[in-house]
Design a protein around this ligand. Structure first.
Ligand SMILES: [Zn+2]
Length: 199
């Protein structure tokens, strides 16, 4: 088999590191890039660079943002006394698209997963407790995924918040146990939010 050039091999190796991309798909993507118009290929490279240089986590809620504070935290029309706790920015996006929620969020950036060595200290739980401790928060909605790990994470947080004067609720179980928030449809998410129950 003829040797690939070093650059092509490198590109294939990089694609193969992406989730869900096997060696064959990585090769297909690399050949696609080779065939792309130069402007288009550079656009892709720049988009990757920009996202890494410009996007950071909101200093309040850890949503993705290009500013110190994300557009939701800066939005004066949002209710400041209610915080919805999600695992990932993509869960936040799923809830936003269901359009039934006008409070704030807190993104944990993961869930407690002992088997993977992910403990509470690796998440943004301290920052969440700090926000609630500051006062002015009437309700915290647990919107972690309805999985064993998501439920465990919500339980851990609710224990931490138990001593504080805040109502703790969770999404109604319209979402099937084990399913993932980001894939739930809008109606289901909207119902789960409006039908939320005491934790
Ligand atoms: Zn924010």
């Amino acid at each position: 088999m003829p040797e690939l050039t070093q650059s092509v091999t490198e590109l294939i190796d990089q694609f193969a590191k992406l989730p869900g991309i096997g060696r064959k798909s990585a090769e297909r993507l690399a050949y696609h890039v080779l065939r792309m118009h130069e402007d288009e290929a550079m656009g892709l490279a720049e988009a990757i660079r920009d996202v890494k240089q410009n996007v950071r986590y909101c200093r309040i809620c850890y949503n993705l943002s290009e500013e110190e504070e994300c557009s939701i935290c800066r939005d004066l029309r949002r209710k400041k006394d209610i915080i919805c706790v999600v695992e990932q920015p993509r869960d936040l996006m799923a809830l936003e698209q269901s359009a039934g929620y006008d409070g704030l969020y807190h993104v944990l950036l993961g869930r407690i997963a002992p088997l993977e060595g992910i403990g509470p200290e690796q998440l943004t739980i301290d920052a969440l407790v700090g926000r609630v401790r500051q006062g002015g928060v009437a309700e915290v909605i647990m919107a972690t995924n309805p999985t064993i790990e998501g439920d465990g994470t919500a339980l851990h947080i609710s224990n931490l918040l138990a001593e504080l004067p805040v109502r703790i609720t969770r999404l109604a179980r319209g979402i099937t146990t084990g399913s993932v928030l980001e894939f739930a449809n809008k109606e289901v998410l909207s119902d789960a939010l409006s039908g939320r129950q005491e934790f």
